[in-house]
Design a protein around this ligand. Structure first.
Ligand SMILES: [Zn+2]
Length: 424
């Protein structure tokens, strides 16, 4: 792999030269320093004057292959919506997932995501798609037995087989994990099995949790007044290897439990507000309790796009609005939620532009109206600009987009149209 020097790029307000080698940020020097030129050897130099580097985003909850299901269930209540999606999903296959995930990757690259935490069927196809596109994916076997004993037994066997295969050849670009859908679609026995299996293999377990008021009410009725969080805790499932999407309807005791167990909680504001699941996400309470709070888009069937900058802005606006407090979500914390916190949950050295970190970098073009002020860069990036200010993207030391160009984009769109027509 050849080296890259980003010349005259601004990081944290200071102009620098950055050497990227072997997938890592090897050296950051003051701009114009001769040190890099001596050590770089075979190197590609990119002139980045007028551009700013920020860490690549980590989208912590997405169903990438839903990129071809936009607008399918608009203006529907959650339960009707999910029934409709499950109906459509009966017709998909691994070819569909492969091309749909590639479409999602195009969109994620354009909007600056370098790592995504996926949750979907036919995950082998998603892994292949992401790796070919140069993005890092966290995903693995998906469990949803809907209470069927036969299905549970089939899934256990398949899960063991797939896990053994993937753990035998680990990759820094595919972080293998387990997923189960939710407490209302997976049997109790299967959830316990999945949690023990994930713990035994030291991998993460990605779930949906406390997404709607109905989920909480149904759980209380079925389990002696326990909330979904209390119920999972009673089953011994909650710990710091759990990535819990949504965690929206929480009691003070739920917040305490999620904090004490060090659960990774993913806020998906666009999905939650669009499906009218709710908007009073308890960011401050979860953070203060000790939970690791991250951001995600959710799938395009509910959030319609995969734009993490949009998610950052909307998250901040809702926190400010419902709390009646403009300081409810400070910009540096918002940036950490979109980068560093997700990297921590997935165990990767990403989310900070420092020497030794993985080279996941967005190069932002500031030569436009949105950045023409003396105010802080982050404020302009989040509240004024759109993600098309992201000019180039580097993931694990490789360009996945240069000057807004992504290789093979046309071919991917053509193939996606073909698989879409097949399931129509
Ligand atoms: Zn989801």
């Amino acid at each position: 792999m050849s080296s890259i020097i980003l010349k005259d790029i601004t990081i944290d307000g200071i102009c620098r030269d950055v050497l990227i080698r072997a997938g890592l940020i090897e050296k950051i020097e003051p701009s114009g320093s001769s040190v890099l030129w001596d050590i770089a050897g075979d190197v590609e130099i990119m002139d980045c004057s007028g551009k700013v580097a920020i860490p690549g985003f980590v989208n912590m909850h997405v169903h990438a292959a839903m990129s071809l299901m936009r607008g399918l269930g608009e203006d529907m209540v959650f339960n009707d919506w999910i029934t409709k999606i499950w109906d459509v999903e009966k017709n998909i296959d691994s070819e569909y997932v492969y091309w749909a995930t590639k479409v999602a990757c195009i969109e994620m690259i354009r909007t600056g995501t370098t790592t995504f935490n996926d949750h979907y069927w036919y995950f082998d196809a998603s892994v292949r798609a992401a790796r070919e596109m140069g993005l890092r994916i966290a995903t693995g076997y998906e469990i949803m037995d809907k209470g069927s004993l036969a299905e549970a037994e089939r899934q256990k066997l398949q899960c063991q087989e797939k896990t053994a295969k993937y753990l035998a050849s680990p990759s820094e670009m595919h972080l293998y994990q387990l997923a189960f859908h939710a407490i209302y679609s997976v049997s109790e026995e299967m959830m316990i099995w999945a949690a023990e299996f994930a713990r035994k293999h030291k991998i993460n377990l990605h779930i949906h949790l406390s997404e709607t008021r109905k989920e909480v009410e149904d759980c209380k009725a079925a389990h002696g007044g326990l909330s979904p969080v209390e119920y999972l805790d009673r089953l011994g499932i909650l710990s710091d290897n759990i990535i819990a999407a949504h965690t929206l309807w929480l009691s003070p005791n739920d917040v305490r439990l999620l904090g004490e167990r060090g659960v990774n909680c993913v806020h998906n504001v666009n999905s939650n507000t669009k499906l009218a699941s709710g908007y009073r996400f308890l960011y401050k309470e979860l953070k203060d309790a000790g939970a690791n709070v991250c951001l995600g888009t959710d799938g395009c069937a509910s959030s319609n796009n995969l734009d993490m900058l949009e998610v950052m802005k909307t998250s901040a606006l809702f926190q400010k609005a419902w709390r009646d407090d403009p300081s409810a979500l400070p910009l540096p914390e918002l940036m950490d939620m979109a980068t560093l916190n997700g990297a921590k949950a997935l165990g990767i050295q990403s989310g900070r532009l420092v020497e030794g970190a993985v080279a996941d970098i967005n190069i932002v073009d500031t030569d436009n109206t949105f950045f023409l002020s003396n105010s802080p860069f982050l404020a302009n990036l989040v509240y004024s600009a759109h993600s098309d200010c992201i000019d180039s993207v580097i993931c694990a030391g490789r360009f996945v987009m240069r000057n807004r160009q992504i290789p093979e984009e046309k071919e991917i769109l053509t193939q996606a149209k073909r698989v879409l027509a097949k399931i129509a």
